[in-house]
Design a protein around this ligand. Sequence first.
Ligand code: DHE
Length: 558
Amino acid sequence: MTAALAAQFNEAELNAIVSYLAGLKGETPPTGGVEATPAVELGEAPVLTTEEFEQARQIFFDRCAGCHGVLRNGATGPALTPDKTLPKGTLALASIIFNGTPRGMPDWGKQGVLTAEQAELMAKYIQNEPPAPPEMSMEQMRGFWKVLVAPEDRPTEPQHTRNWENFFAVTLRDAGQVAVIDGDTYEVVATVNTGYAVHISRMSATGRYVYTIGRDGKTALIDLWMDPPAVVAEVKTCYDARSVEVSKYNGPEGDFTDRYAIVGCYWPPHFVIVDGLTLEPLKVVSTRSYTYDTQEYHPEPRVASIVASHFSPKWVVNVKETGQIWLVDYTDVQNPAIKMLNAERFLHDGGWDASGRYFLVAANNANKIVVLDVQEEKVAAIVETEKIPHPGRGANWIDPVFGPVWSTSHLGEGALVAIGTDPVNHPEYAWKVVRTIPLPGAGSLFLKTHPNSDWIWVDHTLNPDEEIQRTVCVIAKANPVEPYKCWQVADYGRAVHFEYNMEGNQVWVSVWGRADDPGRTGEIVVYDDKTLEEIARIPNLVTPTGKFNVYNTVKDIY
Ligand code: DHE
C-alpha cells in the first residue's frame, strides 16, 4: 500500500486490512476471499446489478443504517458517503466490514452474519450514492393502524392471578417477537408478534400496558391483564425506529397517565404522538433542522432516546445528528410547544439520576455525557468521558467517598466511569467524573444496579474477543476500584443487558445466540444478586436481547 493510500486509514482500519489480507494467504482462505480491487479514483463507483443493489440496500438497512445513518452522513459510526469511501476502495472497505475494528465496528464476517461475497458487495454499495428512502404520510400511518381489541372490550381487572408487575417483556430479536415472562416462576406466559427486532419495551404509567418499538417502525401495544397477555393494537409510523415512551404526568395540569405515547423514528426523521390506548396516530413532527453548533441544515436528524418528565407534561426528545434536546409539551398534542436546547451532537441513550430531576444522555461519538436539568429546563453540564459512552439507562449508586453517582460504561474503552449527581450535598463532585474503573475490555453496551444491590453489573457484548463477549463483571459498591468478579455466562453467544426483578434481589442476563444455530439460539440466566450464584436458566429463546421488568420500568429503577 502506498503511503498516500495508507494515510486514508486509522490504525484500527489498517489492522483490519492486514488481518484480512493474512486470511487470504492460504489455499482456502477462511474468509472465502475477495477480489483485490485497487483503490479507485473519485467518480468510479463500482457498478452493481439491480438485484445486487437491492440486496445491499436491505443489508445496509438491517445492519448498518443504525450507526451510519440511512443517508450515510455518520453518527455512532463514521460517514460513508462516496467522497469518504471511494478513496478507500473495495478491498479495504470489505476488510473492515468483514473484520470490524476495536472501536466498535462489528466483525460482520467473523460473526458469520455476512459472507465474504456480501462484505465485498457492501464495500461496492457504499461507494455509490445512497438511495433516497421514501417519506411516510399521516394517511399511510393511519393505513397501517389496527385496533385488535377496542379499549371498551378489554378487561377491567387482571384475568389471571399472576404477579403481572413482576412480568418481564423480553425482546426475541430475530424472531420479531416479545416474550412475556413471569418473574416469579420464569414461565413464558405469552410470546407475541411485534415489529422486527424490537429495540425497547416501555410500560404505560400504570404498568398495565407494554409498548414495543420494532426496528421496522412498528409499535405494538400489549395488554398484560389479558390471559394470556396479547397485542391489542398496532401501528407503523416510520420505516426505521428505536424509541417509544408514554405520557406519565399526573398533576395540576391534568392526568395524562396512559393517555398518549410518542414514537421516535430514525427514518423518516420525525416523531409521532399516538393515542395511548389505541395507538391511533395523532400528530407527526419532523426533526429535520439545523445542527446546534454550526447551524447547518441536516437532512436526517434521528430521534434517539425519549423519556417522560415527572415534573411536567413533557417528553425529553433527544435529536441525534443536530445535537439538540427538545422538550415537547403534550398538553395540546395538535399544537405542541417545543423548547429546543442546544446540547451536543450524536445524542443516543441515557437515564435519570436517582432524584429523577436530571436526565443524563450520551453524546456517544463526542465522548460526552450531557446533563439535562428537567426541572429548570436547561443543560446543567456536559461531562467528558472515555471513548463512546453507552449507558443504556446507566446505573445510580452511592459511592463510599463521592456520594450519589450515575455510571456509564463505554464501547470504545474498557472503562466504567462514575459521575457525581448531587449538586446540593456534594457540590464539589457534581457533574464530574469522580471514578474510572478498568474493565477487561471495550465493547460494553449495558450496566445496571438496584438501590438494594451491593453490585454494579456490566457486560462487554461487542468486544471482538469471544470469551470477553460472554463475560459479565460485578463491581462492589463498597470498593469500586476494580471488578470484584468476572465470569462467562455461557459457552456460546454474547452476554447482553441486565434487568432486576421487582424485589431487586435477582438479576437477569441475556445470552444472545444465533437464530440459525439450534440449541444455541439464546437463553436468559438468572442470578441471585446477593450471592452472585446462578438460580435458573430460561432456555431456547430466540436471540433474547433487552429485558424490561414492569415495576422497574414504570418506576425508572436502575
Ligand atoms: Fe440499541 C436502547 C439505538 C444497537 C439493544 N438503542 C437504545 C436507544 C437508542 C438505541 C436510541 C435508547 C432508546 C430509549 O431509551 O428511548 N441501538 C441503537 C442504534 O442506533 C444501534 C447502535 C445500531 C442499530 O442499528 O440499532 C443500536 N441496540 C443495538 C443492538 O445491537 C442491541 C444490543 C440489540 C438490537 O436490538 O439489535 C441493542 N438498545 C438495545 C436495548 C436498549 C437500547 C436493549 C434499551 C436499554 C434499556 O435498558 O433501556
